[in-house]
Design a protein around this ligand. Sequence first.
Ligand SMILES: [Zn+2]
Length: 395
Amino acid sequence: MLILISFIYFSYLIIKLYISYNEIRFVKNALFLKPQILDEKEYKKAGKYKIINEKFNTIKTFFDYALFLMWISWGLKFLEKNLIKEDSILESVTFLLIVLFINYLFTIPFDLYATFKKEIEITTIDKKTYILDQVKSLGLTVIFGTVLFFTIIWIMKNLPSWWIWGFLVMFSITIFINMIYPTIIAPIFNKFTPLEDKELNSNIEKLLSRVKLKSDGVFVVDASKRDKRLNAYFGGLGNSKRVVLYDTLLNTLSVDELLAVLGHELGHFVHKDIVKNIFASGSILFIMFAIFGNLPDTFFSSLNLSSSSHMTIVMFFLLSPIILFLWMPIFGAMSRKNEYKADEYGAKSQSKEALKSALLKLAKENSSFPLSHHLSIIFYHTHPPLVDRVKRLMQ
Ligand SMILES: [Zn+2]
């Protein structure tokens, strides 16, 4: 079984490498051609950034594979031998938190490089903010992880067909976290201040009222303390929406462009994309619980592992990237279709030109290369490449 699982993971690695190889070759070739959409300097910079990114991800993929082999060949056995004495829920939860923590420790060097080195021209974060972010995310992971693991392990030990109940709990917690994210979790990391510009405020109100939504306040978030990326989003369920604008967006876009971007986001609401996304994530989560909830005992015994609740959850963590990878072409296709429709809506609510120039500024500030190899698009893109979006917009 060890050989079979390693082989499956290895095939996943090879496919990922093949996609990256194609993407790098594609971008290198594209850089020889006439710049598309962006001006020459931006185009070259975005291309260079894309290639660095792909190479970085390739190294990370190899590293993840090594970490996976470490866990599956002896790490899990070693930890279980030293930690699990009575097979209590508390021991199992501790086991899972330690596995997560060790994985986290191993990924720190990559994260440091990605934050302070690789994205040197995009990130603006200072060391203090970075360390505070890490401490806060660790704290939140421990709190939510403990609650989640306790509940799921209790269910596993006490209920028949536990995976159905486990799925329902996990799905509810995911929805709950999404609900409290804009008002409780996001403010832990960023400062939200009400938008002072009265005119823009009333323009946003007007935009919302056209689709019978109310504003629950327009806030500016200090995203520029981390990087230069531009973004805006709507939060909250029901008819009143909390509108969040990145300060980077406010500083870079004109009023027309900003309203076009909000029009795009509003398009997602009008087309019920948020609900569709929740359903899509729910269905893959259900499939994953169905798989891991029905792993035969021989699966674990042939790996020399116990078929315990904590081992089942660890397998879920270790193998879910492969399932998500196979799922991505379906989810990505749906998402890219929704993006085109949201663009259409944004263009209608403001103007094609405003949305187009906003998209160009977004690409420039995010240093995103406007083209991509088709395999990369299929497996990784939730948004269509910029060239295609602009083309479709201008039809
Ligand atoms: Zn969108």
